[in-house]
Design a protein around this ligand. Structure first.
Ligand SMILES: Cc1ncc(COP(=O)(O)O)c(C=O)c1O
Length: 420
């Protein structure tokens, strides 16, 4: 991802002169002096990994998001893998997710050998359509198959219909996962801890484009002690330091008896795990960033308000819709542009925006249309038409706390000029 360069330059759009930063990407981290200081302090200490800052970061996340248990991990993808393992997904399990998400939300299903399937999006929220979800569960039931789990994604930062999802999970007994990577700081009914309230287990990512960053990094939040213990064992090679199964004879002694009290070095491996740990210096950065999340999400909301005002009531655009009882946290600002009705197509639009130093992204190419999913699971274009329609129109325009209003003015003017 390209970084903003600090120098300013003059640009002319539509005859008006604006001072702009040289390059805008769709997302970017905000690192301040106290973040740098926090990392340096750890680098000067004794522990770079598996020290006290990981535990501290986990406690900070638990208290911010009202979760009983938190495990910080190497990245959000590792987190999803661990969630699938902890929930016991296996071959022949059917797990559903949305086609409009990052690959990792669906790939975690494949890591466990389970079978992925998708449910189309709701055209207003761009998140999983819970009526279509129920239909799909019933279709499976007519074939005597049960859905084991649903991985639902708070796309762009907008919470799904979690009350509806919880009801369905209770009615049809499936495991409910919130891939919450886009939605740190979002709220339902004023509750920033909604993710653990409704889902059985929750995944976060701290990639630099997300609300807070640790470089690479992620966390798993759950109110289940049992799931959390499994995650903690699996994130570090499947090793345990208690509840031993098999005490070996002491090496280099004459004593052939198993010990009754294990020696200090003793550990056992009970199942196949991974090294999915996060480091202490990343965790220190995470705790420092977390203190500012309300400010960061606040600025993201101000930017979204600016864009909403600029693009609403204009037939060329569709802006994100947000229900009254939720707070969007705007990891992304997904603007739909009706390219079918314009002279410019999406490819040219991207190129022209790039020439204007604005780097856009598209979130996402629907996963079921990826060659791997088509070739291995028989999905095809046309399977989830609303997701495909959304993909045709969607453009993620720059949104991150460092953007100033003059930057937004330049971005809006450029978009309107190119779509004339
Ligand atoms: C919805 C979603 N899930 C999972 C991930 C994976 O997170 P990470 O990049 O930390 O592995 C991402 C990352 O972009 C994401 O957007």
């Amino acid at each position: 991802m390209e970084n903003n360069k600090s120098e300013k330059s003059q640009e002319y759009i539509n005859g008006s002169q604006l001072t702009v930063n040289r390059f805008y990407s769709y997302g970017k981290q905000t690192i301040e002096q106290d973040d740098i200081d926090a990392v340096i302090e750890v680098l000067k200490g004794d522990w770079l990994t598996q020290g006290p800052f990981v535990r501290q970061f986990e406690e900070d996340l638990a208290s911010k998001f009202n979760a009983k248990n938190v495990s910080a991990v190497a990245n959000g993808t590792a987190g999803l893998h661990l969630i699938g393992l902890a929930l016991g997904w296996t071959k022949d399990d059917i797990i559903l997710t949305t086609p409009i998400t990052f690959l990792a939300s669906a790939n975690c299903i494949l890591y466990t050998g389970a079978t992925p399937d998708f449910v189309d999006i709701d055209p207003a929220s761009y998140t999983i359509d819970i009526h279509k979800l129920e239909q799909k569960i019933l279709e499976y039931q007519t074939k005597n198959q049960n859905v084991k789990a649903v991985v639902s994604v708070d796309f762009a930062g907008l919470p799904c219909d979690w009350k509806g999802l919880r009801n369905l999970a209770d009615k049809y007994s499936f495991q409910l996962v919130n891939d919450n990577c886009h939605a740190l700081g979002a709220e339902i009914d004023g509750d920033i801890g909604y993710a653990c309230k409704y889902a059985d287990i929750v995944n976060m990512s701290f990639h630099p484009v997300k609300h807070i960053t640790t470089g690479e990094g992620g966390a798993i939040l759950t109110n289940s002690k049992e799931l959390d213990s499994r995650v903690k064992i699996l994130r570090t090679h499947g090793m345990v330091k208690e509840n031993f199964q098999n005490l070996h004879p002491i090496p280099n002694t004459q004593n052939p008896e198993p010990y009754t009290k294990p020696p200090m070095w003793y550990y056992e491996m009970h199942e196949l795990g991974y090294n999915y740990r996060i480091t202490d210096f990343q965790s220190a950065l995470g705790s420092s960033q977390l203190k500012k999340i309300d400010r960061f999400v606040g600025r993201r909301n101000e930017i979204a308000d600016y864009y909403n005002k600029a693009f609403k009531n204009d037939a060329r655009f569709i802006i994100p819709k947000v229900n009254e009882n939720v707070r969007h946290s705007y990891h992304l600002y997904p603007l739909q542009i009706k390219f079918d009705e314009l002279k410019i197509n999406k490819i040219e639009f991207f190129e022209k925006m790039r020439e204007s130093n604005i780097g856009l992204q598209v979130h996402y190419i629907p996963i079921h249309t990826q060659p791997y999913y088509k070739n291995n699971f028989g999905f095809n274009e046309g399977d989830f038409p609303l997701a495909e329609e959304f993909y045709k129109n969607e453009v993620s325009i720059p949104i991150y706390p460092l953007l100033e209003n003059e930057d937004l003015e330049y971005i809006v003017k450029t978009i309107k000029h190119l779509t004339k």
